[in-house]
Design a protein around this ligand. Structure first.
Ligand code: AVJ
Length: 320
């Protein structure tokens, strides 16, 4: 009698986009990995830890901007609206909007991390019972449809956290255009984006003293080991983040501490000593450059809110 194998079926290129993207990224020169894969359960927890770091000004600044201006933003939102959040993660920011705008009756968190999404959605339904929650577990960089119930409501897109900064400007523009199609006619779109600023503030934010950002970056290799049957030696790679002023972006890398070979999904990858894997860009915008990006994607800024240090900006966009 044959005993069924207890090992899960191996993931392969044809059926698994994670495997396909990792193999393609490591086969490239220079090597790279996509930042959307940072956010497995462990990565999402590490990112939550980053948001509480003293050096990581982004989240707390954006939260303050939202809290200070939620009533003004709420005044722009129509009755019986649905708030559609791209890359929801934790629902803390959405809660600020939902509490300030009682005319919002539905919340649609869209996130690639299904586990995180489920638990946050349940919490929110308990905390704000008037709001119907329709979680959508999908990769929002690909076209998708809203569930029928929220689709019948006026939609307000919500894209906080400067997530758009992870994309090349032309990709960010495509994403804003895609969102325009998903949200439907006359939609509003509330978008948070980090502002260009002095290099030392930026450098500190991505090279925290406690090393949480390094752990977050290295977790991508740990995830590849866990899910794709790979053998990255985490101690043999180190975190690097630097501000590229010309390109207006933070660049994040994992650098190999030595010459080594790594196996992933049955393939072998050679690393030179010092060779890097580019894991993330985080673009920083001026109000002018972000507004131009939004206009290019079919949106007009109707309001812009910043903090007193001008560290971060929240834009309210309307469809052209
Ligand atoms: C979630 C993309 C906004 O770019 O600041 C934090 C991710 N990477 N520390 C950012 C991140 C390293 C973050 N975003």
């Amino acid at each position: 009698m044959t005993v069924p194998a207890l090992r899960p079926a191996p993931r392969d290129i044809s059926s698994d986009p994670f495997m396909a993207d990792v193999l393609a990224g490591l086969s490239g020169n220079p090597k790279r990995l996509l930042p959307k894969y940072f956010y497995d359960e462990a990565g999402s927890q590490l990112f939550e830890e980053i948001t509480r770091l003293p050096e990581y000004y982004l989240t707390r600044t954006e939260l303050k901007i939202l809290r200070d201006n939620a009533p003004a933003i709420a005044a722009l939102i129509p009755r019986d609206s649905a708030l559609v959040e791209l890359g929801a993660g934790s629902a803390t920011k959405a809660k600020i909007m939902l509490e300030a705008a009682p005319q919002i009756s539905a919340y649609v968190p869209v996130d690639i991390s299904a586990e995180f999404l489920g638990s946050e959605a349940a919490k929110l339904e308990r905390d704000i019972p008037r709001v119907a929650v329709y979680p959508v577990a999908t990769d929002f960089t690909k076209p998708f449809e809203l569930p029928a119930a929220p689709r019948r409501r006026p939609c307000v897109g919500f894209f906080p956290g400067s997530t758009s900064g992870n994309f090349e400007p032309h990709e960010a523009s495509e994403l804003l255009r895609l969102a325009s199609g998903i949200l439907g006619h006359d939609a509003l779109f509330i978008v948070g984006a980090d502002l260009a600023k002095d290099a030392s503030t930026l450098h500190a934010a991505y090279n925290d003293a406690a090393g949480v950002t390094a752990k977050f970056n290295l977790n991508l290799l740990a995830r590849i080991n866990r899910e794709l049957d790979a053998d990255f030696d985490l101690a043999a790679f180190e975190h690097h983040a630097c501000y590229n002023r010309e390109r207006g972006r933070i660049e994040v890398y994992l650098a190999s501490r030595k010459r080594q070979k790594v196996h992933v999904g049955g393939k072998t990858f050679d690393f030179r000593a010092g060779e890097t894997i580019h894991t993330e860009n985080s673009y920083k915008f001026t109000v002018k450059s972000f507004s131009a990006l939004a206009r290019g994607a079919g949106w007009v800024p109707v309001a812009v809110y910043t903090d007193s240090n001008e560290h971060f900006a929240v834009y309210v966009l309307k469809q052209k």
